[in-house]
Ligand binder design. Structure first.
Ligand SMILES: NC(=O)c1ccc[n+]([C@@H]2O[C@H](COP(=O)([O-])OP(=O)(O)OC[C@H]3O[C@@H](n4cnc5c(N)ncnc54)[C@H](OP(=O)(O)O)[C@@H]3O)[C@@H](O)[C@H]2O)c1
Length: 224
């Protein structure tokens, strides 16, 4: 079995626990694909799992779920992809995917074709935040044109995708962000931006009418 390089850890902790190791290159089983990783995304769940025993338990393990790359081999029965196809995804979550490595193996259906308009680093940044925002706003809330959507942490990974999805669905979007990121959030399409450090924002009764209060006793803004 040929070797591959990976970034692993043998103890929990800060970024300093990450180090390069050589591991056997994984082989695709039936219905699986071997993907040559060109870029791996980093999310808060990576840092949380690196720091404290979470869904991967105690190390050693290889972090990383969001990946973008090129199919190198396909296992028996795979019809979705062939070697050379560009794919991205969040395979095997919440089990170990080992995205911080030269190769990952996972079921073919855990990947999607990478659009030609996205390069690998941008595609690798999208799966977890994109799925979270899409599942919340489209599959669960079924946001419709004309509705008002409040996106907390609108400049963050999940939030900046949520703003764009809600806007594309025709919603009136209110985002919270720190002052230096208001222009960014407006450029994404938010109709209103509120500084989370200055104001307390809640969904209002029934979540229908977001209410913004300056920190202090008196409400100064009510959005309807
Ligand atoms: N359960 C799930 O399925 C799921 C999925 C994805 C993410 N998450 C969790 O969701 C959180 C956000 O993920 P992310 O990828 O978007 O993280 P991120 O890119 O690090 O963004 C976090 C954002 O939080 C904002 N923020 C910090 N303190 C705040 C406060 N007191 N009030 C309002 N906003 C504040 C920051 O806003 P400014 O930049 O404006 O300062 C920052 O942009 C993480 O805890 C992550 O683990 C959960």
């Amino acid at each position: 079995m040929s070797p591959m390089r990976a970034i692993s850890q043998t103890r929990l902790g800060g970024p300093e626990v990450l180090h390069e190791v050589t591991l056997p290159k994984p082989q695709p089983g039936p219905t699986e694909v071997l993907v040559r990783v060109h870029a791996a995304g980093v999310n808060p769940v990576d840092a949380k799992t690196r720091r404290a025993a979470g869904m991967l338990g105690e190390p050693p393990f290889v972090l990383g779920w969001d990946v973008s790359g090129v199919v190198e081999e396909v296992g028996y029965g795979v019809t979705l992809y062939k070697p050379g196809d560009e794919v991205f995804g969040m395979p095997l979550f919440p089990r170990e995917a080992g995205g911080y490595a030269e190769h990952v193996v996972a079921p073919a259906r855990h990947f999607a074709r990478k659009p030609g308009t996205l390069d690998h680093p941008h595609a690798a940044a999208l799966p977890l935040v994109g799925l979270t925002a899409w599942q919340s706003l489209v599959e669960t809330a079924d946001v419709q044109s004309g509705q008002r959507v409040l996106v907390h942490a609108a400049a963050g990974g999940v939030g900046h995708v949520a703003v764009q999805i809600a806007k594309a669905r025709g919603a009136h979007v209110i985002g919270t962000a720190s002052a230096g990121k208001h222009d960014f959030v407006r450029r994404l399409g938010a109709d209103e931006v509120v500084d989370w450090a200055d104001a307390h924002v809640d969904g209002g009764r029934g979540g229908a009418h977001p209410v913004v209060r300056r920190r202090g006793p008196e409400p100064v803004v009510q959005m309807r």
